[in-house]
Design a protein around this ligand. Structure first.
Ligand code: FPP
Ligand code: MG
Length: 335
């Protein structure tokens, strides 16, 4: 059965169409409209239904996710999201923060009307995980001593939590003995971590992302490519990396030098290897038969694997050289 994420888009439109012009306009330029709806699809594939209750739950997960991205762009000072100007850039901080808050409240309103309190309870827990992850990430900004373990903790909380929630709620709604909620949740958690590793990979190495380039290093967010580089580079290189975080102005040339070091230390393939291992781990929690049946509509782990393969092909094609040749422009300078 192919379950429709289109129903989720229509549901979101209905939830947000309050007949108030301003809210509808915010909706049309928010992160909600252009998204892949991965978390909704993950929920629907495990749930196995797309009736009205399922669509409400899937929509509430997407609302939470969209709200967190709107706030995230404010925190990161991001000018682009999904190839378009971020809501924060077009409407400013007060409107985007309030609109993000509004989406959060709509997410909880949708699940609070369900008779089973499980959905509301698990959503609250997941949101608390996302926030703990964000706080942890803030406290680790520009901290080059962050280890792989610390990084995995951050991404498990900030990104894994919603993937895990989507899979867990889907398994709960399915009520099948074949699909245990704890295993579904772990499958979602590791898939979400692999997704975030790829997002962090793309920030350094992809040619096109629809977002500001090199935003992690510019904002002092320490991610797997930099952690792997710091593990393997010389103490002299380490001084060069540390000096980048001490300089106030955007040091474009230094970013390019760090990218060269990453290439020398084979960081891209090592990061992709890490993402593959996370997907392999995710798949240990769901037996193949269940994954194929649950994935009759969509298999998030297969979707992420395809992204890993595409990234590998792109990198071997360009050898990472294009990044220096086509010196990145800051999105706010384009807009
Ligand atoms: C994207 O990460 C962002 C998240 C995974 C979560 C962001 C959550 C918040 C800002 C907290 C939500 C706020 C409230 C009030 C509940 P990223 O910056 O690594 O990815 P990106 O490249 O897509 O920006
Ligand atoms: Mg961000």
């Amino acid at each position: 059965m192919s379950l429709s994420a289109g129903k989720v888009s229509r549901r979101l439109q209905k939830v947000l169409d309050l007949g108030e012009g301003e809210l509808s306009r915010l909706f049309s330029c928010s992160a909600l409209t252009a998204g892949k709806k991965l978390r909704a699809k993950l929920f629907l594939s495990f749930c196995g239904e797309d009736d009205s209750r399922a669509v409400d739950i899937a929509s509430s997960i997407e609302l939470l996710h969209a709200a967190s991205l709107i706030h995230d762009d404010v925190l990161d000072g991001a000018s682009c999201r999904r190839g378009r100007a971020s809501l924060y850039r077009t409407r400013g901080i007060p409107e985007s923060v309030l609109y993000g808050d509004y989406l959060f409240s709509e997410a909880f309103r949708l699940v609070s009307s369900l008779p089973d309190p499980y959905y509301f309870r698990e959503m609250t827990k997941a949101l608390s995980g996302v926030l703990r992850g964000e706080v942890l990430e803030q406290t680790k900004r520009a901290d080059l001593s962050l280890t792989r373990e610390g990084y995995l903790k951050v991404i498990g909380l900030k990104t894994g939590s919603l993937f895990s929630l989507a899979a867990r709620l889907g398994a709960h709604a399915r009520k099948s003995e074949d699909l245990n909620e704890e295993n579904a949740s772990l499958f979602g958690m590791y898939s979400g971590m692999a997704y975030q590793v790829m997002d962090d990979y793309m920030d350094y190495f992809a040619q096109k992302t629809g977002k500001d380039r090199f935003s992690d290093i510019r904002e002092g967010v320490i991610t797997l490519p930099l952690i792997i580089l710091c593990e393997s580079c010389s103490s002299r290189d380490m001084e060069q990396i540390a000096s980048f975080f001490k300089c106030d102005t955007a040091c474009e040339d230094q970013i390019m030098d760090i990218l060269d070091l990453m290439r020398d230390h084979k960081v891209p393939s090592r990061v992709l290897g890490g993402a593959r291992r996370l997907i392999a781990k995710a798949r240990t929690f769901i037996d193949e038969d269940m994954r194929t049946r649950a994935a009759s509509g969509f298999d998030v782990s297969g979707w992420i694997l395809e992204r890993i393969n595409d990234a590998e092909k792109e990198y071997s094609h360009t050898g990472g050289r294009l990044r220096r040749d086509k010196c990145p422009e800051k999105a706010q300078e384009i807009l």
